[in-house]
Each structure stands twice: as structure tokens, then as C-alpha cells.
Design a protein around this ligand. Structure first.
Ligand code: NIG
Ligand code: FE
Length: 395
């Protein structure tokens, strides 16, 4: 076993408010801190003057060290981008956009190799952006066979695989919504649940109503899947309340919230996952993170990487928007993109720098994490470790 000491840190963000040498805030900052990695895990965290003897010492030159980002919401398995939609919408011709249905048609027509190439390329982008844990959804197949193969491809990239057969009603079921919901709740889940950890449903105008969404979530739960909900993205609605009522791990988007939605999130166990690049992508309003946080809700930030509304892997930009557009403090946004994402995936082994956690780390070419918001859109990633191995070296 080789033990490596990461030394010469600027601020160390642990997300451990109880660390005896930390500052006691949720970020658990240590100044003059050091970290020892061994066997893919964090073996020691503390002041550098107390560091144990190690085999290898790496001086990080005064740079900040954080837990790797946990991106708890992506749609990486699809064929063909939708730059044509983007050009149409931004050019004032929204009626010319093909929407999710056009990605479904392209994905069905693509072979596994093409889908794998795109998903792997995007996973690589996420790594270079500092993401060390990622959730990946299906949702562009929408037949039993296509959903099953999209989940298998997602499973090549991550353990956090989500079945989103209820993304939209596919065109061949346009006249038979009930038939599609029955397919999802029956044969499709039977075939897909073994390859997934989570079930998600898009509960919103233009997608599934609350009764349909409830049926899909309960059918997934019966087969052992955890629950996630795309909720209140385009309009206020029942999605958030449904997520909280069923104890879903996460209600995602939360762009349009009522006071009752906020109270429910604050009182329940469901994380509010905010996706500001998706709000930016549709030139819509941003969610009011300040009200959620002040009410006591747990907030996560994620990319929603998908070919339509949010074709980005830039988790640092998501953090910047959390601060600059959503009203979060830098500490809240950094926590939401690391520990918050881990909470949204109900993971205790990532999103923190504490003994026993997986050694997933992000070193910024900046002394403190506030630079993520202070320098929006600038690539500040210096190095990324996953399970103790360097997976990216940047500037
Ligand atoms: O999370 N909200 C639904 N689904 C995606 C958009 C998918 C697409 O446009 O292809 C989202 O924003
Ligand atoms: Fe999404």
C-alpha cells in the first residue's frame, strides 16, 4: 500500500463540520491542512504539522483542494446533438425545433457503438470538469429494447443508473397515453429494473401528470428502485409534492415553486436538485435557491447534461450560476455540488474529505473555492483524483 500525502494546500474543503481542526462551517475548511490517500480512500485529514509518515508527498503549491463534484443528474446516452434546435430557437423559429422526440428517433436508429462513443466522450468532459461521481439516465429509447440498451450503456459509466422510460410519451403512443404508462409500469420496468438503481419520471406540463407519475414511481419502487422526479421545470405543479410524499431522494429542476412546495421540501427527506444551466438553456427564470435554503431544504446542484436544454458538462459553471443567478453563497454552492449531490444520490462515501471516504478530489488552480464563482466560465481545474488515482491534470 502506497500512502500519498497531499501537502502545501491552500484551503482544504472537507464538508465535515465536525473536524476538530476545521472551521466548524458546513464546508469544514482547514487552513494549512493536508490529506493522506491510501488504497483508493482517504486515510488521514488534518493539519500538515501533524501529518503521518508517508511514501510519497505531493506539494499542491497553495491551491485549494475539494471533494470531487457529484453530478447527480445527467442524460449522457443519446445520439446526435440538437444544435439545429438551438439555432432555430435562438434564431426566433421555435416551431422548427424537433425537441426530445427527435433525439428519441436518432437514439433508436443508432447502434450501441455510436451511443457509447458519445456517452464516453461526455463522461470524459465531466472528469476534466472535476466530476468524480455521476448519475446517468436513460430516457431517449422509450421502447423496452432501447431503454434496456441505454441503461446497459449507462452502467458502463457509473453505478448511479436511472431508468427514465417516463421521459415523454413516444410518438407511436400519442393516441394511447394510458397504454404507454402501462407499458412502462409493466414489461418495460420488468426488463429494465435489474440494470438500474433509480426510477425517474418527468412530471410537468407536456410530459406526465401526477397520477401517471405516481404509477411509474410506485411500479419502480415495487421492483426495488429508489425514486427521483423531474419536477416543476416548466410550470408550477404537483411534481415536488409527489416527490416529497413518496420519499424520493431528489426533486430535480424546482424552477417554479410555491410556498407549499418549499415547506414540503424543508420538512421532508427529498433533496431539491437545481439545474441552472438548464434554466439558462431555455432562457427561463432561475429557481429561488435562497428561499429553499433559508427554509431549511437540502439543495444540490447538477449539470442536467442533455442534448436539448443543457448541453454542458461544466460543473464549475453550475457552481458559478448557483452563486451569481440563484442567490447562493459560494459556500452553499460548493457544498451543493459536492455533498449536496452525494445526498441526492444517498451516498455517504463521496462528496466529503473524511477518513474512509473514497479518495475523490478536485484541486483548483486558485487558493480558495470562491474562485469558482468569482471567475465564471474559466477552467480552473488543476487536477482530479478518483479513488486515489489522478484521472486528469489541467492547468
Ligand atoms: O432535464 N426535463 C426533461 N428532460 C430534459 C431535457 C431533455 C431534452 O431536451 O432532450 C431536462 O431538461
Ligand atoms: Fe433532466
Amino acid at each position: 500500500m502506497t500512502a500519498t500525502l497531499l501537502d502545501g494546500l491552500g484551503v482544504l474543503v472537507t464538508n465535515d463540520p465536525t473536524h476538530p481542526h476545521g472551521d466548524g462551517t458546513p464546508l469544514g475548511r482547514l487552513v494549512d491542512g493536508a490529506v493522506v490517500l491510501a488504497d483508493g480512500a482517504i486515510a488521514w485529514v488534518g493539519p500538515r504539522r501533524m501529518a503521518p509518515a508517508v511514501d510519497v508527498r505531493l506539494d499542491l503549491g497553495g491551491r485549494a483542494l475539494l471533494p470531487g463534484f457529484v453530478d447527480s443528474h445527467t442524460h449522457l446516452v443519446f445520439a446526435r446533438d440538437r444544435v439545429g434546435d438551438f439555432t432555430a430557437v435562438t434564431g426566433g423559429r421555435p416551431e422548427a425545433a424537433g425537441g426530445i422526440a427527435s433525439t428519441v428517433a436518432a437514439t433508436r436508429a443508432a447502434d450501441d457503438a455510436a451511443l457509447r462513443t458519445t456517452a464516453t466522450r461526455l463522461r470524459g468532459e465531466l472528469t476534466r470538469a472535476g466530476v468524480t461521481t455521476v448519475e446517468v439516465k436513460s430516457g431517449y429509447g422509450l421502447t423496452i429494447a432501447d431503454e434496456a440498451r441505454c441503461l446497459a450503456l449507462a452502467g458502463e459509466l457509473t453505478d448511479e443508473v436511472t431508468f427514465l422510460g417516463a421521459h415523454v410519451v413516444p410518438p407511436e403512443y400519442a393516441q394511447d397515453r394510458a397504454g404507454y404508462v402501462a407499458l412502462v409500469c409493466g414489461a418495460m420496468l420488468d426488463a429494465c429494473a435489474p440494470a438500474a438503481h433509480w426510477v425517474d419520471v418527468f412530471c410537468d406540463v407536456g410530459a406526465f401528470d401526477v397520477d401517471e407519475a405516481r404509477a411509474v414511481l410506485l411500479a419502480g419502487q415495487e421492483r426495488g428502485l429508489g425514486l427521483r422526479v423531474h419536477a416543476n421545470q416548466h410550470a408550477p405543479g404537483p411534481g415536488v409534492q409527489l416527490a416529497v410524499e413518496l420519499g424520493a431522494a431528489s426533486a430535480d429542476h424546482c424552477t417554479h415553486l410555491t410556498d407549499r412546495d418549499i415547506e414540503a421540501l424543508a420538512a421532508g427527506s427529498t433533496v431539491a436538485t437545481l439545474l441552472p444551466t438548464a434554466d439558462l438553456g431555455v432562457r427561463g427564470p432561475f429557481p429561488d435557491a435562497r428561499r429553499l435554503l433559508d427554509a431549511g431544504a437540502v439543495v444540490a446542484l447538477a449539470t442536467d447534461c442533455n442534448p436539448g436544454t443543457s448541453f454542458t458538462t461544466a460543473m464549475p459553471l453550475v457552481v458559478a450560476l448557483g452563486v451569481l443567478a440563484l442567490g447562493m453563497t459560494p459556500d452553499e454552492a460548493v457544498w451543493a455540488a459536492t455533498a449536496g449531490g452525494a445526498r441526492a444520490l444517498r451516498r455517504g462515501d463521496v462528496g466529503q474529505v473524511r477518513v474512509g471516504a473514497r479518495a475523490d478530489l478536485l484541486c483548483l488552480d486558485a487558493p480558495i473555492p470562491e474562485y469558482l464563482a468569482y471567475r465564471p466560465g474559466v477552467d480552473l481545474v488543476h487536477a482530479v483524483w478518483r479513488a486515489g488515482t489522478v484521472v486528469h491534470r489541467g492547468r
